[in-house]
Design a protein around this ligand. Structure first.
Ligand code: GLN
Length: 479
């Protein structure tokens, strides 16, 4: 059958096939929709499908091509979106009961840019509620299973994005990454996940979790696919005050591997929480780089404990403030028969929000109280500055920081793990988030059960091209 072959192709291959008339955008879109139909009963990546409009957009792309008009490299190519990006006329839930029926009147900037580039939106993907979580089990609206082993979680919070790409239910997907939410699920599902430099991709229309950390991220199978999507999305956006122009917007992944100076983080390869398979796989990767002429040194970062604590406090404090808008007045779950205003807010929020969201609102609000602020919030900010300074210092001397994406392999679904252990899953990814630096997770190695692991590369701001070049080296050399 046609779809089995074509859904596994890269974006460049799709582009060539569309240009050469091997298949149409309608046939390509149909192939992904058929795969979705076959795989969804066991994967469950999508919360909302938009098949009809997808076919319509594909038809328009075909008509354009027939006339020799092309909008860009992604014209006629399907994709899917984490359900925290606003899509005009299409339900956007953030996997929360609070927004179960919310239909935004506008598109997020990245969605508008992809529409402008001719890409075809297939639907919206499951996630942890309001992007709070590391397994996708915090979704209030559905269960997503790891396509490589249905007994395992996908990771989170962009679990639907990683699962959809891994299951070939979309050739690429967007998600958000606040403290690892693109990179960690990408690692657990065996795909590539990029969190660009903070500010490089506009967050306008992406439902905020923690604004000083939130980034739009990209999930693909290959580094060169990721480069193509990144190129279509960059560009300053006056609707997001943190948006920046990329000073070096060419993301060519081919060519010689440059001479590299690589820093290996000592703290992330020792300690009880890091599993032996993870250590082994990261060391193998380092040796491969050394064999290709890279200079390797061990470096030290501020302690993982302080990075995690800083991330927890800052992300919860900012989340508590961002969540205040979900009160049922303008959006979301709304109780009609309450006359008292505070009772109205309390009921709407108690019913509409899940456990983890409530826990973080309480925790974050507590961190911001007058008595606790200096003790927790201010110290968390100081720790963040120290991390950023140390990483800047390291990346002045080295091209890359390398470490595992996660301290252990993927969890089993329903595994009883403490919130503490769940948070530790973010350990290796939060440094780049706190610093605002670009980072990529590329599949490399296997855990004790044969499930994929990720290798995590961080570079100085705006060096996405280097990250993708090195990621493509690891694709070539394999595991
Ligand atoms: N897993 C992390 C958390 O629960 C990261 C979330 C994210 O990046 N959105 O906070």
């Amino acid at each position: 059958m046609m779809q089995n072959g074509i859904v596994k192709r890269t974006l460049a291959e799709h582009r060539r096939a569309l240009d050469g008339g091997e298949y149409t955008s309608r046939e390509l879109t149909r192939a992904y929709l058929d795969t979705i139909e076959q795989r969804e009963p066991s994967v469950g990546a999508y919360l909302t499908l938009d098949a009809e409009r997808a076919m319509q957009a594909a038809r328009e792309a075909d008509e354009r091509r027939a006339l020799g008009i092309q909008k860009g490299a992604l014209d006629g190519i399907p994709y899917a979106l984490k359900d925290n990006f606003c899509t005009a006329g299409l339900r956007t839930t953030s996997a929360s009961k609070m927004l179960e029926n919310f239909v935004p009147p506008y598109d997020a900037t990245v969605v508008a840019r992809l529409r402008e580039a001719g890409a075809v939106l297939l639907g919206k993907l499951n996630m942890d509620e309001f992007a709070m979580g590391s397994t996708n089990e915090n979704s209030a609206l559905g269960i997503t299973r790891n396509p490589l082993d249905p007994g395992c979680v996908t990771g989170g919070s962009s679990g639907g994005s990683a699962a959809a790409v891994a299951a070939y239910e979309a050739p690429f997907a967007l998600g958000s990454d606040t403290g690892g939410s693109i990179r960690q699920p990408a690692a657990f599902c065996g795909v590539l996940g990029l969190k660009p430099t903070y500010g490089v991709l506009s967050r306008y229309g992406m439902i905020a979790l923690a604004s000083s950390l939130d980034c739009v991220g990209i999930v693909t199978h290959t580094a060169s696919d990721c480069a193509a999507v990144l190129s279509a999305l960059i560009g300053k956006d006056r609707l997001d005050a943190t948006s920046r122009t990329h000073p070096d917007p060419s993301f060519e992944v081919s060519g010689e591997l440059p001479h590299l100076r690589v820093a290996v983080v000592r703290e992330l390869l020792e300690g009880d929480e890091v599993s032996p398979a993870v250590v082994r796989s990261c060391k193998t990767a380092v040796e491969l780089l050394r064999a290709h002429g890279a200079e390797i040194d061990e470096v030290s970062l501020p302690s993982p404990g302080s990075a995690l604590a800083s991330y927890c406090v800052l992300s919860a404090a900012e989340a508590a403030s961002n969540m205040a808008r979900f009160d049922g007045v303008r959006y979301g779950n709304r109780k009609a028969d309450v006359s008292d205003l505070s009772e109205f807010y309390a009921q709407n929020r108690s019913e509409g929000l899940g456990e983890e969201v409530k826990r973080r609102i309480l925790f974050g609000s507590y961190m911001l109280t007058r008595e606790k602020r200096a003790m927790y919030y201010d110290r968390a900010r100081a720790a963040r500055c120290e991390i950023r300074e140390r990483m800047t210092e390291i990346l002045n001397r080295y091209d890359l920081i390398i470490n595992p994406t996660t301290p252990t392999g993927v969890f089993k679904r329903g595994e009883k793990i403490t919130p503490e252990k769940r948070r530790r899953a973010d350990l290796c990814a939060v440094y780049a988030s706190l610093a605002g630096f670009p980072a990529v997770s590329v599949p490399f190695g296997r855990d004790e059960n044969g499930m994929p692991l990720g290798l995590h590369l961080t570079a100085a701001p705006f060096r996405e091209a280097l990250l993708l070049r090195v990621a493509s080296f690891f694709e070539e050399v394999g595991e």
